[in-house]
Design a protein around this ligand. Structure first.
Ligand SMILES: N[C@@H](CCC(=O)N[C@@H](CS)C(=O)NCC(=O)O)C(=O)O
Length: 249
């Protein structure tokens, strides 16, 4: 059997997109968590960008959740995720990546970075002890890096929260009571929206161990507001019906 590895940050919603697609197609793979900061040594060795997810499938190397979905559909056409109107679907998926994925990440990090235990459990849940030690030592530098990259100011975090709320309404309106985005059935669009919001919906099929939520009033307020959205129930239902069970996180 050929070597198949997914390099990831376990809690990353973009990594969940790739993981779900692999599981959906019944492909076995190893999840390899990378130590943030040092992850670039691996990602840049195999790919063009510094980011995860990065899939190694035998001799093929694919970086980016959307590219991984496209690659998997081409290499393993059973259980297709790309349905009719491929280019339109990919365009919409990219919009969801930004409006849902990037916005959620910005404001969650902004409010949770001061809770080292929470962030450490998110990144380090599948990592060896020595990496946990390094993670702890480099935490201040990591906070600086994450803030600079994703959420430099409170204003940017609040704006990201507003963008996210608007995007939830937009997605819900677009579904308009339909079970899926596309008439053909479950597709990469459903998988994308559900993965990117899995942090909020926290379905039990998500193969991530969520640490106890930080005792932070602002974060809790946002969480309650987002979880009250009707889209969350739809996401939990899609996870129940379409996210194959995996044995371990
Ligand atoms: N558009 C990319 C976004 C991936 C992404 O932003 N990954 C983050 C984790 S959520 C990352 O690896 N950040 C570290 C870096 O970019 O070096 C995708 O869909 O995979």
């Amino acid at each position: 059997m050929q070597k198949r590895i997914l390099y990831e940050f376990p809690h990353s919603h973009f990594c969940e997109k790739a993981r779900w697609a692999l599981d959906f197609k019944g492909l076995t793979f190893s999840r390899v968590p990378l130590l943030p900061g040092w992850h670039v040594l691996t990602t840049k060795r195999h790919g063009k960008y510094s980011s995860v997810p990065l899939l190694i499938d035998g001799t093929n190397k694919v970086q980016g959740s959307g590219n991984i979905l496209t690659y998997l559909d081409e290499a393993y056409p059973d259980y297709p995720l790309t349905r009719a109107d491929k280019s339109e679907a990919i365009k919409k998926e990219k919009h969801f990546d930004l409006a849902l994925g990037v916005s959620l990440r910005a404001f969650v990090y902004y409010y949770s970075l001061k809770h080292k235990y929470f962030i450490s459990q998110a990144f380090m849940q599948n990592s060896p002890p020595w990496q946990r030690i390094v993670f702890g030592m480099q935490y201040p530098a990591l906070v600086h890096l994450i803030k600079r990259s994703y959420c430099p100011t409170e204003e940017s975090a609040v704006q990201a929260g507003k963008t996210l709320l608007g995007a939830l309404d937009q997605v819900w309106a677009e579904l308009d009571g339909k079970p899926y985005f596309q008439a053909e059935g479950f597709s990469r669009l459903d998988l994308t929206v559900c993965s990117l919001l899995s942090f909020v919906a926290r379905p039990k099929e998500l193969p991530v161990i969520w640490p106890k939520f930080p005792d932070d009033p602002l974060l809790k307020e946002w969480d309650e507001r987002l979880r009250a959205h009707p889209l969350i129930g739809w996401i939990q239902g899609i996870y129940r019906s379409h996210r194959p069970r995996v044995l371990k996180p």
